[in-house]
Design a protein around this ligand. Structure first.
Ligand code: NAD
Length: 497
């Protein structure tokens, strides 16, 4: 691993200016090409930045570091606080953790902001009127990466959604809309199915929306919302959503503007920020000088605004719009009707540089007036609710097929004094009592016990249940306590219950 301040390759650093030191990682695949192109534009435009390059990604992974980054590189990122990162290849297969996800989470970069805009009529798109921003929650959801194989047939991934996580991202979306003079914030969730996790996201959205009466708000179930987004993107303005939906739908949104290679994103935390393209390392086109550097350039423009270099950001964005308008296009957006010249990565960057100081004539030039980093109030923990243990979900690895047989075995357990078997489900659907013979069952069974009337349940009762199951050779693979919070069930019903 090497870390050095770039003095030779990008040596146009004027020491009399106040330089902002930024950490730079060139990444993998097309990363080095698009980073070189981006940096050449930034420096030609007079960005007052000093580059501190670190090596992360594939080489580091393959050298045996499963995190893809060294401690020294972390120290550089944390010291400089602003990170411009090219895409990284995460090697396939077990053991390697995504550095993108780790960076977002270690540094608390909770808000991933992804603007997607059509460049009609210069870039071919089915959606000429499209100008939306996806604000994606960046730290939680299935990206906790907590996965287990529990039986021969079943693996699980935990979906974690927290109130602070929801409050921070949803408030960020409304504050962003307010700052950028946008009119509407739309929330996508699947809370008709995931009533606890997505239900919390939707509930917090409704709570926070009330604090912004001047901004319209709406909620869509994510499946029909995604269909509407792909079909009629002009119906949306700012969208806020949990991590996975935001990841998928921001790629869709960028692609329907003309190319996934056009969109950049910022990853914003309370202390640090990271800027990148939304796309990956595109290994198949790496080293060919054909990748579009626009996504990373857009990330870099967001970065310049973040560090207060608004004029340079504006100058680059206008030169970029002019280049697109001139029909100077990389192959991903090249189209015989709308393009004039097909260029490579380097030549595209050169065209942007030669347009610095110019503005587009048909596309709207930008004038950034208020793009300073948003400072949100710190999350305040709410008073603790009254929490009552009311039962336990007892997950069993069992190779039988008749749920009545399992219910008989389970019913013999010692703890029936304090707990009673309430329902058995298989992959969430009720199979006992009164299951359907048509229901397909795996070897993964959830036996839900609830406390008997008048009994005060404690954790000792659950331990006894586990001990008894062990004696009876019933293999419990995990338990999940059932609580009421302020008298309201903090768990979902079984499907069919
Ligand atoms: P990808 O985004 O790299 O490529 C998808 C498609 O888009 C490919 O056809 C590619 O050629 C094209 N494309 C992407 N960027 C382009 C550009 N700038 N110009 C022209 N065409 C472009 O997605 P993938 O193939 O699924 O992933 C490749 C690797 O990237 C994987 O290892 C993945 O883990 C990684 N990845 C990294 C990041 C990141 O670093 N933030 C994000 C996504 C994927």
């Amino acid at each position: 691993m090497f870390i050095y301040i770039l003095k030779t390759q990008f040596c146009r650093i004027n020491k009399t200016k106040t330089m902002t030191k930024i950490t730079v990682a060139k990444g993998d695949g097309i990363g080095p090409e698009i980073m070189d192109a981006t940096i050449s534009i930034l420096l030609a435009a007079g960005a007052e930045i000093e580059l501190d390059e670190i090596e992360v990604g594939e080489k580091v992974y393959l050298a045996g570091n499963t995190a893809g980054i060294s401690q020294d590189a972390w120290a550089t990122i944390r010291k400089n606080k602003v990170f411009l990162k090219a895409p990284i290849t995460t090697p396939q297969g077990g053991g390697y953790k995504s550095l993108n996800v780790s960076t977002r989470k270690f540094l608390g970069l909770y808000a991933n902001v992804r603007p997607c805009m059509s460049l009609h009529p210069f870039v071919n798109t089915k959606h000429p009127i499209m100008d939306l921003v996806i604000v994606r929650e960046n730290e939680e959801d299935l990206y906790a990466g907590i996965e287990h194989q529990q039986t021969d047939e079943v693996v699980q991934c935990l979906k974690l959604i927290s109130r602070p996580g929801c409050e921070k991202i949803i408030r960020y979306a409304f504050e962003y809309a307010k700052q950028q003079n946008r009119k509407k914030v739309t929330c996508f969730t699947k809370d008709n199915i995931m009533k606890q996790t997505d239900g919390l996201f939707h509930q917090v959205f409704d709570e926070i929306a009330k604090e912004y009466p001047a901004i319209e708000n709406e909620h869509w179930i994510v499946d029909i919302g995604a269909a509407k987004l792909a079909d009629t993107p002009d119906a949306f303005d700012v969208l806020v959503m949990p991590n996975l939906y935001g990841d998928i739908l921001s790629d869709v949104a960028a692609q329907i503007t003309g190319s996934v290679g056009l969109a950049g994103s910022s990853n914003i935390g309370e202390e640090c920020a990271m800027f990148e393209a939304i796309h990956g390392s595109a290994p198949l086109i790496a080293g060919k000088n054909i990748a579009n550097p626009s996504g990373l350039l857009q990330g870099a423009i967001l970065m310049l605004n973040h560090i207060g270099q608004t004029e340079v950001a504006e100058k680059i964005q206008n030169a970029w719009l002019k280049t697109i308008e001139d029909g100077i296009h990389t192959s991903d957006i090249f189209n015989h009707k709308t393009s004039k010249q097909k260029v490579g990565t380097k030549e595209f960057a050169q065209s942007v540089i030669s347009n610095l100081g110019l503005e587009p004539l048909i596309l709207s030039p930008v004038a950034y007036t208020n793009n300073s980093p948003l400072i949100l109030p710190k999350y305040k923990r709410k008073p603790a609710a009254m929490k009552e243990l009311v039962g336990v979900d007892f997950f069993v690895h069992w190779n039988g097929s008749d749920a009545n047989e399992l219910a008989d075995k389970i019913d013999k357990l010692y703890n029936k004094g304090s707990l009673k078997l309430n329902i058995i489900t298989n992959r969430g659907i009720k199979v006992w009592p009164n299951g359907f013979k048509e229901t397909f069952c795996t070897d993964h069974w959830r036996c839900r016990f609830i406390k008997r009337e008048g009994i005060e349940l404690n954790h000792g009762n659950i331990i006894s249940l586990l001990q008894e199951a062990n004696i009876e050779n019933i293999e419990c693979i995990k338990t999940e306590n059932l609580y009421n919070f302020n008298g309201k069930a903090g768990y979902s019903l079984g499907q069919g219950q």
